[in-house]
Design a protein around this ligand. Structure first.
Ligand code: SF4
Length: 291
């Protein structure tokens, strides 16, 4: 029986990431721009940027910047980070995604309205660091074990890192509501629409009864890893690959239906290359059987 391949209806680069890449690759910035932090969590995009004369430094390497202009990535940064760059004399180009700006605004709104701001997300993620940096006091939670830091705060105003799984956010919200000292929890949904569309597309793939999932994206792309997790949580074999050559023929032995999806920072041509590799493998059943 031939192996069926289904591509997710929504996948790959979101508009926020694409706009940031387009800005950085604009020829007018060639050789003049340093991106502070990884513009997107994808190695192929990073290679393209470097080949186009864009320099990339980590946030703790700002002292080493030699270009006139710097760029804030789609993940955003705190106002103090931007002000610091301006104070150092750089022209700052801000590629923060509008949906990350919305997250910043809503977290500040909750703080202004007297709620204790809680961000559901990974404390070490650059987007979360930017949000936290704009608040007077806040907490970042990801697991139930993180909730102890909310002790003493009765009114919690909760937002989410834009790339979270909404079901996971809801689980932690339920746990927050059960904390004995908490009187009220107000949640504003800041998981972004493109991420929700990609999660919905995965649900459709799962309904289509796939028995193997391949998720394409950078090794350090949080949303790619989460997409793989959604498939694996259903007990379905799921692999996260950065490049087509990582797809192994042995994964396809005895499979009937392969679903392919990709994170929000994965370029279309990389998805296409992985798709072609999968097509080649499944077209050679003998190769798959003996790999
Ligand atoms: S994942 Fe969502 S929030 Fe992040 S850059 Fe893309 S659209 Fe914007």
């Amino acid at each position: 029986m031939p192996v069926k391949i289904t591509l997710a209806q929504a996948m790959g680069t979101c508009f926020g990431v694409q706009d940031a890449i387009d800005m950085a690759l604009d020829p007018i910035y060639r050789g003049k721009l340093t991106v502070v932090g990884q513009l997107v969590h994808n190695p192929q995009v990073t290679e393209r940027l470097l080949a186009n004369g864009v320099r990339i430094v980590e946030r703790d390497q700002i002292d080493s910047i030699t270009t006139e202009a710097v760029m804030i990535t789609a993940h955003g940064a705190s106002d103090s980070t931007k002000a610091d760059l301006q104070k150092r004399g750089f022209t700052v180009y801000d590629a923060t995604c509008p949906l990350v700006i919305r997250l910043h605004k809503l977290a500040r709104f909750l703080e202004r309205e007297g709620w204790f701001p809680v961000i559901v997300g990974k404390a070490d993620h650059v987007e979360v660091k930017g949000v936290v940096g704009n608040l007077k006091a806040s907490a970042v939670v990801y697991h139930e074990r993180d909730l102890e830091q909310l002790r003493g705060h009765e009114r919690l105003g909760v937002v989410s890192q834009t790339t979270n799984r909404l079901d996971k956010v809801n689980t932690i919200l339920d746990a927050m509501r059960k904390l004995p000292w908490v009187r009220e929890v107000r949640f504003i949904d800041t998981v972004c629409q493109p991420v929700k569309e990609r999660q919905a597309a995965i649900a459709t793939l799962l309904e289509a009864d796939i028995d193997l999932g391949i998720v394409v994206g950078g090794r350090n792309s949080a949303n790619t890893a989460k997409l793989r997790e959604v498939i694996a949580d259903r007990g379905i074999a799921a692999f996260h690959v950065e490049r087509p050559e990582e797809v192994e023929p042995r994964w396809f032995v005895t499979r009937r239906h392969v679903g392919i999806t990709a994170g929000t920072s994965t370029p279309q041509d990389v998805i296409e290359a992985v798709y072609q590799r999968v097509r080649e493998i499944v077209a050679q059943p003998a190769a798959a059987d003996h790999a």
